[in-house]
Write a new protein. Structure first.
Length: 359
């Protein structure tokens, strides 16, 4: 059973933060020497501490501990200045590797470069580290398959009625890599005449995304009587939760909602009687954390890793949910959910046997 565990830490606590896992004391035969010993990894994420973030961090932490690594996790709450400071502090410490989540393109190259120059291993998630056409050849950039996420969700939108669907779009950007890629598909659907964007809203208060969106939705819904909006498309599920509350508070059963990303809270809301929330496209965030840590381990083992890696997207439909469905048993209704043998080397299995974390 996967258990959520999360340390939400301020930048100045970095030196003593949340060290977990025990350093290996016994060498394991058949395992690269460079992944044994006192291996320390920092996982730093620039998003709020929502369910998705907790599961991503838990996936990375649990997988790292299963290799005998010490893993520290940090959240920057979508505060770019705090994020850059956390990365800078981690770079100055004795970490062997950094897993960086949701860095923005305008600063990520310069933010990561000191770690690369120091010889640290780096894996990124939903981060574009590019400057003047230059990238780091030794950094693996991981992403959800954002084009597929958008296609799956917008495909459900177009099924709502014949002809063009009037959509209230929940989005913010540009500058957020995953949302920018989802936007590429959204624009395609607009250009093909499949959807018509009635209005676009996004959060400005990242300390309370759900409350912020609910308030903005209330104002928008007051302007549009029934029949003017067919659907809400939420490019991020944290915004969808606020939209759902507004739809319910305003008794707007005429408007359906489709989103991207998933959490236990999302599943509960989708399962409510008369829920407007019909589907969401997603990748298991726990698996994302696991895959990033496996790639980190391979880098430490001096094994070949790809420049980029996309995790496969799947559709979670309201109609398929059962009374006991949670994030941890979605695989019972969605084939292949939360499972991948990619980068799962035999020597990793030996480490799991040594440290009691079998996979």
């Amino acid at each position: 059973m996967k258990k959520m565990a999360l340390a939400v830490l301020a930048p100045m606590l970095l030196l003593g933060a949340c060290a977990s896992g025990a350093a290996p004391k016994t060498k394991v035969e058949g395992v690269p020497e460079s992944v044994q010993g006192d291996i320390k990894i920092a996982v730093i994420r620039n998003l709020p501490s929502d369910d998705h973030t907790k599961q991503f961090l838990d996936g990375a932490r649990t997988e790292g501990e299963s290799f005998g690594f010490k893993v520290n996790t940090f959240i920057a709450e979508n505060n770019d200045a705090k994020f850059k400071e956390l990365v800078a502090q981690a770079t100055q410490q004795d970490y062997d590797g950094l897993i960086i989540s949701h860095g923005k393109e305008d600063y990520s190259y310069d933010m990561i470069k000191p770690a690369i120059d120091k010889g640290m291993k780096v894996v990124t998630f939903d981060t574009v580290a590019k400057k003047d056409g230059k990238t780091f050849k030794d950094v693996t950039a991981t992403f959800q398959d954002d084009h597929k996420l958008a296609e799956l969700s917008l495909g459900e939108i177009t099924k709502l009625k014949d002809g063009k669907v009037n959509v209230l779009k929940l989005w913010f950007g540009p500058g957020v890599p995953p949302l920018d890629r989802r936007q590429e598909i959204y624009k395609k659907y607009e250009e093909e005449g499949k959807i018509n964007t009635v209005e676009v809203i996004g959060p400005t208060n990242f300390q309370d995304v759900q409350g912020d969106i609910a308030s903005k939705m209330n104002a928008v819904l007051a302007k549009y009587p029934k029949g003017k909006i067919d659907a809400v498309w939420a490019s991020w599920d944290e915004m969808a939760k606020g939209a759902y509350k507004s739809l319910k508070d305003n008794k707007r059963d005429d408007i359906k909602m489709i989103s991207i990303d998933v959490s236990n809270q999302d599943i509960n809301l989708m399962r409510e009687k008369g829920s407007n929330w019909l589907a969401t496209s997603a990748v298991d965030p726990y698996l994302i954390g696991q895959m990033n840590m496996r790639l980190m381990a391979k880098k430490l083992a001096k094994e070949e890793t790809p420049e980029t890696y996309d995790l496969e997207a799947r559709l979670v439909e309201q109609s398929a949910l059962k009374p006991d469905t949670t994030m941890f048993n979605l695989n019972t209704i969605i084939d292949g959910w939360g499972a991948s043998d990619d980068f799962n080397e035999d020597w990793m299995k030996k480490l799991r046997e040594q440290y009691g974390k079998k996979k």
